[in-house]
Design a protein around this ligand. Structure first.
Ligand code: PLP
Length: 472
């Protein structure tokens, strides 16, 4: 009998040298991508990314690309950090896996739990581990309902979220999310989840000053609580700054007012920190920047800078005490809850954020610089608004900046701009008519300048298109 390993090794080596076209063909033949129209992608061919360093990617054709999206909002420390690679390698050799179900634990998971308690706001001393942000939010749904049941209030089931929120793609995550196109597939939302409008001034607040609008938008939570019945509401969940919804930065008055309303009715406040956590907004967590004091925080993405999957929920003492003392066994968990390799990478990642002082770098240096540079884009004839929070930002593309008159949605102005970005070595994402960025936190001022030059060039190319097509 032949040794299968000997047979496979040369075949694999050969595959590594396939051409872009060959990769694209194999991709189209076998790989169903997330959030993708597979037919349209197969006709066009995927972009094949082959390596990365710092804030740059390279594709299979050798093009260098500035990644202003940190992968998918996650590569906070940038690509190619040796300390994360070494932590993973060491742990893979020492103990690649053991579970945490059967009254066992591994040193990296314990160390990470301890470190997360250290960097989180003081009310958080406990953590529940999951494999992703979606699983973290599924955990939230079960945990808040179990919390209220343990307190003898099982009728408190309803979780209030917001339209255009993103909380993941599992059944509960997508239900908490407020994306109508996601609810339309698969019979969502699941029972006991309801939504209020988002605090998006352009959509709901024009004619009001922003601070007034922030309080009005928070007031929609109180109206919903009264409509549902305060004795039936378990929790409110929100992203401090909505990410996938288009980097919607709420007015400064919004979150403090949300906090006041949650306190008034005693309902739990859940901050989905999957994007905002780990320095993105210039604080360890977005709730600290936006002014809330959550009872639970979902995290994922930046906890490992995306080097390996990991997510979870920070649990405040208010909730943890009840779960531990009155909750009995929590019938929930994942094979990879507290995965030792993922935990080891997360520990190395958090230590690197501390060592490089990335939170302070965003808060005091590169964040304010980006804000200042972004503001200069308001002069551009396509830009109706340009706002940032830490190292996330959005440009609103409009037909007339003076009146914020939008382009008709079917022109897909954002996609036109995104096409120019791809063509010019810049990854910037389009959400409707908002162009959004969330670059790695290691970005320097010089790299902000480099990114700004690319953004201006792409806006100019988009403007030229709009003029030549008679859209303006
Ligand atoms: C990405 C994201 C999630 C889902 O995380 P996954 O790891 O993709 O499951 C949840 N909440 C927010 C705010 C996100 O941005």
């Amino acid at each position: 009998m032949q040794d299968p390993i000997v047979i496979q090794a040369p075949a694999l080596a050969q595959k590594a040298q396939r051409s872009t076209r060959e990769w694209q063909q194999a991709d189209a033949a076998h790989f169903l991508h997330p959030f993708t129209d597979s037919k349209a992608l197969a006709a066009k061919g995927s972009r094949i990314i082959t390596k990365a360093e710092n804030i740059y990617l390279w594709d299979s054709e050798g093009h260098k690309i500035l990644d202003a999206m940190s992968g998918l909002w996650c590569v906070n420390v940038g690509y190619g950090q040796p300390s994360l690679v070494e932590a993973a390698t060491r742990q893979l050799q020492q103990l690649p896996f053991y579970n945490a179900f059967f009254q066992t634990a591994t040193p990296p998971a314990i160390e990470l739990a301890e470190l997360l308690a250290e960097v989180s706001p003081p009310q958080f001393q406990h953590v529940f581990f999951a494999g992703s942000g979606s699983e973290g939010n599924d955990t939230v749904v079960r945990m808040v309902r179990h919390y209220w049941a343990s307190l003898g209030q099982p009728e408190r089931q309803v979780i209030i979220s917001r339209e255009n929120a993103y909380h993941g793609s599992t059944m509960a995550g997508a239900s908490l999310g407020g994306m109508r196109y996601m609810h339309a597939q698969g019979g969502l939302p699941i029972p006991g989840i309801t939504h209020i409008p988002q605090p998006y001034w352009v959509e709901h607040g024009q004619g009001m000053d922003k601070d007034t609008f922030g309080k009005v938008a928070a007031g929609w939570l109180e109206a919903k609580i009264l409509e549902v019945g305060p004795e039936k509401v378990a929790a409110f969940i929100g992203e401090p700054v909505q990410g996938a919804g288009g980097v919607i930065i709420p007015p400064a008055t919004y979150w403090p007012e949300i906090q006041r309303i949650c306190d008034k009715y005693g309902i739990l406040l859940v901050s989905d920190e999957v994007i905002c956590g780990f320095g993105r907004t210039g604080a360890w967590f977005g709730c600290e920047t936006q002014g809330s004091r959550p009872d639970l925080m979902t995290f994922a993405k930046g906890v490992t800078s995306g080097y390996i999957p990991l997510g979870g929920v920070m649990v405040s003492e208010r909730v943890a005490k009840v779960l531990i003392e009155q909750g009995g066994e929590f019938e929930h968990g994942f094979t990879y809850s507290g995965h030792p390799v993922a935990a080891a990478v997360a520990v190395a990642n958090i230590r690197l954020i501390q060592k490089l002082r990335l939170v302070e770098h965003v808060r005091d240096d590169v964040g304010p610089y980006l804000a200042q540079q972004f503001a200069t884009l308001k002069d551009h004839p396509l830009v109706g608004d340009a706002e940032t929070c830490g190292l996330m930002g959005a440009l609103l593309l409009v037909k007339d900046p003076a009146t914020l008159t939008p382009f008709p949605a079917e022109l897909e102005i954002g996609m036109v701009c995104r096409g120019h970005c791809f063509g010019n070595g810049l990854i910037m994402r389009a959400v409707g008519n908002r162009m959004i960025i969330a670059p790695p936190l290691v970005m320097t001022r010089a790299q902000v300048d480099e990114m700004m030059a690319l953004i201006r060039r792409c806006l100019d190319l988009t403007l030229a298109d709009a003029r030549s097509k008679g859209w303006l």
